[in-house]
Design a protein around this ligand. Structure first.
Ligand code: HEM
Length: 448
């Protein structure tokens, strides 16, 4: 049996980790050019990770039986923020139980009930923009997606609590997501509380403030449970597992923070890229506007979510710069032969979303933004993998796609967006994701 890991760079593992943190796209592209579909990066304390970008390999990974791998175990670096019972960190039966409790509230039909809410929030945020005056796009769209989560998922109505959470959450996420401070997640030795001014000390204090607010919300809602409310926390409070048990307060807190962490910046980054590509490609923007304007009723959520060109623009946005460069690495619990290659127990296999989406055999001219490719061909779930796959596939996929479409339709029927600078914008690391740079700005102008 061949137990040798696929080839990869020979630099010191610490240097490879620094490159993975500092220039994720560059290192993936360099390695794909040099080693092909399968290569190993040695990521400091994380150890060797095998990056895979062949659709057949992805199919074999995504369809592994749940008992033959761990995925939560590879996400432990997020534990300080998400908590011990976060869905993202769990494996095996505990993951399956928690997922069964959380899947129904995120069903496609349900997420469409937030349509009016999303439009109201988008209009309220965009009302602050002035024609001709540039605005920084990612922060504006993060403001929209944060409010969608606070209202649709958390269901917060108390104005003071809403205000404090909307101030506190972005700061807390920034602590674990900006390129420099996210190193703290990768290097547990830096996680030292040296008082309120030290980075980790501040993180811990803000986290306890967050916990206090969330536990207050959970206690009040549990004491006066209103089954008529449509937010996701209400559904989580009512959910029961196979033994009839509800989620504990700690589980509810951890899942709320998980949904926020997993759903807030990811959706905002995707929407920011969509506006970027539309501003770069006026012909595509014009064609999309024509589709939106010819739609009988944009307020009908079902009609909106089925518009073909809008769907193709969203898919192409998520293809060309996927928000997550890799899906969660799967850690084998037993030796496995995948695509003829045997991997030992303990191997980390990372389905590489970015490189799969840049294969020229699947996506000719992969660096060109071309929504038409999604109209002329249907991609399998192992070729278009922006939301991962198998039993760990993104829980919020329907909400994210619907929110993207609803926000874009609202903005694009109101404004046209112009670039300030024609140089290409490239993704930068935000925690475990890839995002448009924070300073990227667009100028909203009148439609005609
Ligand atoms: C465009 C936006 C989004 C993208 C691109 C995205 C992408 C992903 C990816 C790649 C994974 C890992 C899947 C795997 O390893 O197979 C994931 C997992 C997850 N996502 Fe998303 N996501 C987005 C939005 C959201 C939203 C809005 C939510 C919820 C509010 C959410 C909640 C989750 C959760 C809870 C998981 C973990 C699932 C599990 O471990 O079982 N995501 N997402």
């Amino acid at each position: 049996m061949n137990h040798v890991l696929p080839s990869g760079p020979q630099a010191h593992p610490f240097l490879q980790l620094l490159q993975w943190i500092g220039r994720p796209v560059g290192i993936m592209e360099d390695c794909a050019r040099r080693y092909g579909d399968l290569f190993t990066l040695r990521l400091g304390p994380i150890g060797p990770v095998v990056f895979c970008s062949h659709p057949q390999m992805l199919q074999e990974i995504f369809t592994l039986e749940a008992h033959s791998f761990y995925a939560g175990a590879g996400n432990q670096l997020l534990r300080p923020l998400l908590g011990d019972t976060s869905l993202i960190l769990l494996d095996g039966d505990r993951h399956q139980r928690q997922r069964q409790l959380l899947v129904p509230p995120f069903h496609g039909e349900r997420t469409r009930t937030y349509s009016n809410l999303i439009v109201e929030i988008t209009q309220q945020v965009s009302a602050g923009w002035q024609l001709g005056q540039p605005f920084t796009v990612r922060s504006a769209l993060q403001n929209i997606s944060l409010q969608v989560i606070l209202q649709a998922v958390f269901g917060i109505t108390d104005p003071q609590r809403y205000h404090t959470l909307s101030q506190l959450l972005p700061t807390l996420i920034d602590r674990v997501s900006s390129p420099l401070s996210s190193s703290i997640l990768f290097l547990p030795s830096l996680q030292q509380d040296w008082g309120a001014w030290s980075p980790w000390g501040q993180f811990i204090r803000q986290r306890s403030q967050l916990n206090q607010l969330l536990y207050q919300e959970i206690a009040e809602r549990r004491a006066d449970l209103d089954p008529e409310r449509s937010d996701i926390l209400t559904l989580m409070l009512m959910a029961r597992d196979e033994e009839g048990q509800p989620m504990t307060d700690v589980e509810l807190r951890d899942e709320l923070v998980t949904l926020l962490m997993a759903g807030h910046e990811t959706t905002a980054s995707a929407m920011t890229w969509a506006l970027y590509w539309l501003a770069r490609s006026p012909a595509i923007a014009t064609r999309l506007l024509a589709e939106l304007e010819s739609c009988d009723d944009l307020n009908d959520a079902k009609t909106l979510s089925r518009l073909p060109y809008l769907s193709a623009v969203c898919s192409e946005t998520l293809r060309i710069y996927p928000v997550a460069p890799i899906a969660f690495p799967r850690i084998l619990l037993e030796p496995r032969t995948l695509m003829g290659q045997t991997f030992e127990r303990g191997t980390y296999l990372a389905p590489c979303i970015y490189l799969t989406h840049h294969r020229s055999d699947l996506y000719p001219n992969p660096d060109v933004f071309d929504p038409d490719r999604f109209l002329s061909r249907t991609y399998s779930p192992y070729e278009f993998v922006g939301f991962g796959g198998g039993n760990r596939r993104c829980l919020g996929m329907s909400l994210a796609l619907f929110e993207m479409k609803r926000v874009l339709a609202t903005l694009l029927t109101q404004f046209r967006f112009e670039l300030l600078d024609t140089r290409p914008v490239r993704p930068v690391r935000r925690g475990v994701t890839l995002a448009p740079p924070a300073q990227f700005a667009l100028r909203p102008v009148a439609l005609r």
